[in-house]
Ligand binder design. Structure first.
Ligand code: GDP
Ligand code: CA
Length: 301
């Protein structure tokens, strides 16, 4: 079975782990968000791709939800002591990956090629593709002004309410993205933040159109459990931008693009324009992620 998964960082990575344990990983293509990417200390950082890489390689820090397990922070300590740029936390182990990627990008290798190389070196069987090799950046519109994603998320601790999001850059799909969508037996949207993890992928030329014109089922998993985000600002954003945190509000983010929404048992029933699949969606461990992936795949069959 061939599956294409649109994914952000933490929620997406958790679901991707379940997915590759439920089907042959060789048939899975994860299309990752790059709207959060940034340059820190001269290094190219792709937080969502890295969450996916680390999770699929079993190197991720389960508790923190991002970065690597067993991480240390000596280099960042030196950066701070020297008055360097230390607002974005990069661990020692994590830094090694950023060094390799930054060098490759500087030498002219496209992000998709570097990512494939890193995934291969980490023993990952699934294909991991950035949505685009071009520069695409998410901007957050707030009452306090417009901020690049990481400035709002990390530096300002996502305290500002979000009025809207905007994607800067004319991004063409990375090689393999449209091909994976066309070849898929099912297209899945991970339980990621719709606005800042999935919409930037949909903003890439041809991706939204490919989903709208799909000939196979497309299912999204809601990132809310009981109307609340498991982590992060998705619930606050939905309340303010879509007008609520019920399944219908989540589905409205993907209007015309999905056939079904997978929601948690604790979420309210109520009108939904697409098919509703109700199950436990909290991915507390790999077994739970796998069970969720199995239910989603069954519904897509
Ligand atoms: P980010 O890029 O690291 O912010 O990650 P994503 O956008 O992929 O994931 C963030 C979303 O994942 C948040 O809105 C969470 O509510 C959601 N999430 C995290 N863990 C779970 C879970 O176990 N179940 C569900 N349904 N959603 C989850
Ligand atoms: Ca992200």
């Amino acid at each position: 079975m061939k599956v294409a998964l649109l994914s952000g960082g933490v929620g997406g990575a958790r679901f991707a782990c379940g997915l590759v344990s439920a089907v042959d990983p060789a048939g899975v293509t994860v299309i990752g968000n790059v709207g959060d990417d940034l340059e820190v200390l001269g290094l190219a950082v792709s937080p969502d791709l890295d969450s996916i890489l680390y999770a699929l390689a079993g190197l991720h820090d389960e508790e923190r939800g991002w970065g690597r397990a067993g991480e240390t922070w000596e280099a960042l300590g030196t950066v701070s002591a020297l008055g360097g740029e230390d607002w974005f936390r990069l661990g020692d182990r994590d830094l090694g990956l950023h060094l390799v990627r930054s060098q490759a990008l500087r030498a002219g290798e496209p992000l998709s090629a570097v990512t494939a190389r890193l995934a291969g070196a980490l023993g990952i069987e699934a294909a991991i593709l950035p949505a685009t090799d071009d520069r695409l950046r998410t901007w957050i519109e707030t009452p306090a002004g417009s901020f690049p994603f990481q400035e709002w998320f990390v530096a300002r601790g996502h305290r500002d309410e979000v009025d809207g999001v905007r994607f800067d850059g004319d991004a063409r799909p990375a090689p393999g993205v449209l091909e994976a969508l066309a070849a898929a037996d099912a297209i899945l949207i991970a339980p990621s933040n719709p606005y800042v993890s999935i919409w930037p992928i949909l903003a890439v030329e041809g991706v939204r159109e490919a989903l709208a014109a799909r000939t196979v089922p497309c299912l999204a998993v809601s990132p809310l459990v009981g109307g609340r985000a498991v982590k992060g600002p998705a619930d606050r954003m939905l309340a303010r931008i879509a007008g609520g945190t019920e399944p219908g509000h989540v589905a409205s983010c993907y209007e015309g693009l999905i056939d079904a929404l997978v929601v948690d048992e604790s979420d309210p029933a109520g009108e939904l324009t697409v098919r509703r699949i109700v199950t436990q969606t909290l991915m507390t461990d790999l077994a739970a992620s796998r069970r969720l992936a199995e239910i989603v795949l069954e519904a897509a069959a």
